[in-house]
Write a protein that binds this ligand. Structure first.
Ligand SMILES: NC(=O)C1=CN([C@@H]2O[C@H](COP(=O)(O)OP(=O)(O)OC[C@H]3O[C@@H](n4cnc5c(N)ncnc54)[C@H](OP(=O)(O)O)[C@@H]3O)[C@@H](O)[C@H]2O)C=CC1
Ligand SMILES: CC(=O)N[C@@H](CCC(=O)OP(=O)(O)O)C(=O)O
Length: 337
């Protein structure tokens, strides 16, 4: 059994990670951590997430110096379920001790001059690690994930969007110069556990945000290799993302070519399901799956992608990355084989 430490374990994605690791056949929990000054330090994890009462009986520990040296000596790998700036500061210390790091934040996803200043509001101090991080889009980047010490698990919207678009891009079916349009709706848990008026459940109905300036637009464009238009919306449900993607196809692309692109990408990859019907949030919420379906009218293609933002969009994709990195079965701890 490998010992996995989770930093940010009281948050939404951290709690999902704790549950997945607890149920994983080759992993065990090596500690659940919150910030040094956290108001939740020393509370039982299950008092914050009572669905784990009687199952995960561990305290949330403050990440002080003693905790850091305990992790350095006792853990085999580290999961960061922390804000971007926190992951940016913490990851190099664990990596220097030889611990592989699986980071759920955006801190190591997109190399490029000035990208973090512009989209994250801080200057990146670890561009060497940024350049060497593997982008953890599990179905697409297995060799890099296997080889890297730092795995940057993709954002939730990028996971939904890239899963829909990469097969078309790889098969060369997207019309030259076309910018695919992604219109996506996320549940409120996408904003994390910390309270704010904008994501208070009573305040949320359905509205666009981040128009032309959301940090996931460059993340998707960079990892697709083609510019996209990306428009996120906040919806009044707890978890899940539904992305509707509009693509202009090259002339003369056949139905068979479209189907072949998706089957070639995902046949044998059990987590991405070619659903055969329009996906919906309820089919994927609480699961590690990404459901895809498409239809075309002439050169216009519509693809719909649905995931759970906390799972395929974060925690279960991190587990997929660990499975690939460690040579475990790809579905270990996620789907009974
Ligand atoms: N929510 C989602 O759908 C997705 C989130 N992500 C990314 O994953 C990361 C976590 O997101 P989410 O779970 O939603 O966030 P939450 O706000 O729900 O949780 C953040 C966690 O980090 C802890 N924390 C804060 N500061 C520190 C610190 N200095 N040291 C250690 N722990 C700290 C918090 O506890 P405390 O403050 O008490 O210390 C809490 O446990 C973020 O980078 C987010 O962008 C990625 C994909 C999807
Ligand atoms: C609804 C909501 O607020 N969603 C978040 C995306 C969460 C996510 O994917 O996280 P990363 O920050 O790690 O990329 C947002 O739009 O900022």
């Amino acid at each position: 059994m490998l010992k996995a430490a989770i930093i940010g374990a009281s948050g939404y994605t951290g709690a999902e990670l704790a549950g997945l690791i607890h149920g994983h056949p080759h992993l065990e929990l090596a500690g659940l951590y919150v910030s040094e000054g956290s108001q939740d330090a020393h509370k039982p994890f299950a008092s914050l997430h009572p669905r784990w009462r009687g199952v995960i009986d561990l305290p949330l520990l403050p990440l002080d110096d003693e905790a850091l040296s305990r992790i350095h000596t006792e853990a085999d790998l580290v999961l960061l379920a922390t804000a971007h700036e926190v992951s940016h500061d913490l990851a190099p210390g664990f990596l220097a001790k030889g611990l592989p790091v699986f980071d759920l934040s955006g801190a190591f996803r997109v190399p490029g001059e000035g990208f973090y200043d512009k989209f994250y509001g801080f200057a990146h101090q670890h561009t060497d690690w940024l350049a060497n991080a593997a982008y953890g889009l599990a179905e697409w980047n297995q060799d890099a994930i296997r080889a890297a010490s730092l795995i940057a698990v993709p954002g939730c919207y990028p996971t939904a969007s890239l899963s829909a678009l990469k097969p078309l891009e790889q098969a060369g079916l997207i019309a030259d110069g076309n910018r695919p349009i992604i219109s996506a709706v996320s549940g409120v848990s996408g904003a994390g556990r910390k309270a704010s008026m904008a994501n208070s459940f009573c305040e949320v109905s359905l509205k666009p945000y981040g128009v032309f300036n959301h940090r996931h637009q460059p993340e998707i464009s960079h990892h697709l290799g083609t510019q996209v238009v990306f428009q996120p919306h906040l919806g009044n449900f707890i978890r899940g993302i539904l992305a509707t993607v509009y693509v202009q196809l090259k002339d003369d692309v056949t139905d068979e070519q479209i189907a072949a692109a998706y089957h070639q990408a995902y046949d044998g990859q059990r987590i991405v399901r070619l659903a055969g019907q329009w996906p919906q949030i309820n089919d994927v919420a609480g699961t590690p799956f990404c459901d895809l379906h498409w239809s075309r009218d002439g050169n216009q293609l519509i693809v719909v992608s649905a995931i759970d933002n906390l799972l395929k969009g974060a925690a279960s994709q991190a587990i997929q990355c660990i499975n690939i990195h460690q040579g475990f079965s790809p579905l270990a701890g996620l789907v009974k084989e």
